[in-house]
Design a protein around this ligand. Structure first.
Ligand code: SF4
Length: 697
């Protein structure tokens, strides 16, 4: 008899429901879950190929110390001893955890609790820093908390969808499918894409603006100026529910329309057409993704967008609002438990003494981190200069994904003690570990994830744990116990989730935005049966909240939203030696550093090898013909790629996919070229605008 299990896709932030079926002979197949409110049965190419990625080929199945297979006891004892000794000799800030948006919320919760409440440092950061930290910062500045106001249904109800820095058709494919289905029913629905290159998503748009890289602040400041003088300006909303409009408008006015045109690379006519469309369409959703976030001015871009929605009162209502699309399946869950170096837990602020005291009392912990820890780029700099002496990397591959990746590789190589928890044995990062801990993979692990619309769904196991693989939360809890800490005796993920839910509702009088206290009494059986729900879901309330801010009440002390004045200019890093603006990003059928999707042959059929997109005129000037091998290089590194000549790429810019690791293609890690430049507010690295040179290989 075959058995079907409802679970969630482990790839992007759409968070699609999946039904996994295991036949009598052990054969696994997947299909979309028709009842899941994120996808209603749809799956994209990556989700449909999940069953082809779960074999044990290449898996890390036993703990290892310096390449030697060992027992769990020996590996955990040594990990605990080396972390304890390092902390005793150099202090709690000499150790760090670098975790992942691939971790389940329960993994994140235990790691955050161990680091902040028991070790006493906030040196826990995550690859989600590379994904959505600028959106977090923008939300907190505008709303007082990191809260996504809208829901996916708004994309279907909108009359205009503005996609900024988002190749939705490839990066959030099922959301794109939902929009296209809604458009079939309402052909008047308009789509505008704003991107330095023409993507497949742009082909589906009514208007595409080929903006200069990082021209977004100027574009949306120009829009704010336009809206302020138009009938769309909602004076009543602005005066009743916001603060700071005058300053934001003043900041926007520092650029005239010709200035905006020069900064964005768009003509005054293009700007006017976009501004009029936005002005005259009430139901607007502005979606933004990595083209906004992965920038040295990412937080300002987010607030420039939010300012326009506040000025028109188009927020918290059906079919309207700013909408951050998270990249990873559980970037949101990590935020909820405080799995970032500058957050505490349950969306509380680490710099808030009252919140610190509250969390410490809840955890009954010996200490609590008193200040923010090192954010991702800073963390690897601290590894490089010896401040971090013991590092635990979990479910991520920074040697391929972090900017200045060769320096990151050297930093990890020279770190006195490195632990890597992973499902794969031979990742670029695992090769540098002193201790390897085998983790449970998708289909084997059990817990929760939160998608871009704040919906918490279950990832369920339908396969046994292979050999010695164990879930990540168990790795952390076992080391915590061996370090002598109480409070880590968990029976399983239901137990951890219940504690996390209880903390979210602890001493908040039902007022904190993130509150799932209604789930605090959950039993293993009810956890098993849990249906997807949106937070907050407070005790005594039947259901979670869908849209936020419908009443115009925000989470600032006076309950008013903040306009944020933003003036930042483009941060052009091209030089004579590196004259091209290098943009990096995803392709349709691969995920992150390919350690899983690389296993499915059909996913490699779409784009089989790493490439650089370059405009044909630029290519001709450089003596490059189509499909030539070319070298892309700058002061950080050098890679060899296949040239893909395309008019989609405007002159002066190039695009390289982020995925290829050394196992699939030697010398193609684009992150080796990316400058470790960050947004000063969010700490998110600028992964889309490094200067680079191209020449025939
Ligand atoms: Fe998975 Fe995202 Fe595709 Fe949905 S859209 S199936 S979550 S990769």
């Amino acid at each position: 008899m075959s058995i079907e299990t409802k679970t969630t896709c482990p790839y992007c932030g759409v968070g699609c429901g999946v039904i996994a079926r295991v036949d009598e002979d052990g054969e696994v197949s997947v299909k979309g879950d028709p009842d899941h409110p994120a996808n209603f049965g749809r799956l994209c190419s990556k989700g449909s190929a999940l069953a082809e990625t779960i074999d044990l080929d290449g898996r890390l199945l036993y703990p290892e110390i310096d390449g030697r297979t060992t027992s769990w006891d020996e590996a955990l004892d040594l990990t605990a001893r080396r972390f304890s000794e390092t902390i005793a000799e150099y202090g709690p800030d000499s150790v760090a955890f670098y975790v992942s948006g691939q971790c389940l919320t329960e993994d994140y919760y235990v790691a955050n609790k161990l680091m902040k409440g028991f070790i006493g440092s906030a040196n826990i950061d995550t690859n989600s820093r590379l994904c959505m930290a600028s959106s977090v910062a923008g939300h907190r500045r505008a709303f007082g908390t990191d809260t996504v106001p809208g829901v996916y249904e708004d994309l279907e109800l909108a009359e205009l969808i503005v996609l900024v820095g988002s190749n939705l058709a490839w990066c959030h494919p099922v959301l794109n499918q939902r929009i296209q289905a809604a458009r079939q029913v309402r052909p008047d629905m308009k789509i505008v894409t704003i991107d330095p290159r023409r993507s497949v998503t742009s082909d589906l748009a009514d208007m595409h603006l080929t903006i200069k890289s990082d021209g977004d602040v100027a574009l949306f400041n120009g829009l704010l100026t336009h809206l302020a003088g138009s009938p769309a300006f909602d004076h009543d909303y602005v005066s009743a529910h916001t603060i700071g409009f005058r300053d934001a408008r003043q900041a926007a006015l520092t650029r005239s329309m010709p200035d905006v045109a020069a900064e964005t690379g768009l003509s005054v006519a293009e700007l006017g057409a976009f501004y009029r469309l936005f002005e005259t369409t009430e139901k607007v959703v502005t979606c933004y993704s990595q083209g906004v976030n992965q920038s040295s001015v990412g937080s300002d871009k987010v607030n420039a967008i939010i300012n326009c929605h506040l000025a028109t009162g188009r927020i918290g209502r059906p079919g309207m609002g700013p909408f951050s699309l998270t990249g990873q399946p559980n970037a949101m869950g990590g935020r909820e438990v405080g799995g970032l170096a500058n957050m505490l837990a349950a969306h509380m602020d680490i710099e808030d003494e009252v919140a610190r005291d509250r969390v410490q009392r809840f955890w009954n912990s010996p200490t609590i981190a008193a200040k923010p820890g090192l954010k991702a780029v800073e963390m690897f700099e601290a590894v490089a200069d010896g401040r971090i002496k013991a590092l635990w990397i979990m479910a991520t591959n920074p040697v391929v994904s972090m900017p200045d990746a060769d320096r990151v590789r050297e930093a990890i190589r020279n770190c006195p003690f490195v632990v890597v928890s992973d499902i794969q044995r031979n990742t670029d990062t695992a090769a540098l570990a002193h201790i390897l801990l085998p983790a449970a993979g998708w289909g084997e692990k059990d817990g929760t994830v939160t998608n871009s619309e704040r919906r918490i769904s279950r990832q369920r196991n339908f396969l046994g744990l292979p050999r010695q693989a164990r879930p990540d939360w168990w790795h952390m809890a076992e080391v915590a116990k061996r370090m002598g800490f109480n409070g880590f005796d968990y029976d399983g993920p239901a137990d951890i989730f219940a504690e996390h839910a209880a903390l979210s509702g602890f001493e908040n009088g039902g007022m904190r935005d993130f509150d799932i206290g209604a789930k605090a009494d959950i039993s293993p059986d009810s956890f098993e049966a849990m249906s997807p729900f949106q937070w907050p879901h407070r005790k005594g309330v039947d259901e979670g909240v869908t849209r936020f801010f419908a009443q115009g009440k925000f989470y600032t002390p006076d309950r008013k939203a903040r306009f944020v004045p933003v003036t930042s200019a483009r941060d052009d890093r091209t030089t004579r030696d590196a004259p091209f603006t290098l943009n990096s990003g995803r392709i349709r059928d691969q995920w992150h550093t390919m350690t899983r999707t690389g296993k499915a042959a059909r996913l490699s059929a779409h784009l089989a090898e790493p490439f650089v997109e370059i405009n044909p005129v630029d290519a001709m000037k450089l003596g490059i013909d189509k499909a030539n091998l070319v070298r892309v290089e700058n002061c950080y590194g050098s890679v060899v790629l296949r040239a893909l000549l395309t008019e989609r790429q405007p002159r002066g810019g190039i695009f390289v996919p982020m995925h290829w690791n050394d196992a699939y293609s030697a010398n193609a890690r684009v992150a080796t070229l990316l400058a470790p430049r960050t947004d000063p507010i969010s700490g998110q690295p600028a992964l889309k605008s490094t200067g680079a040179q191209v020449r025939p290989a």
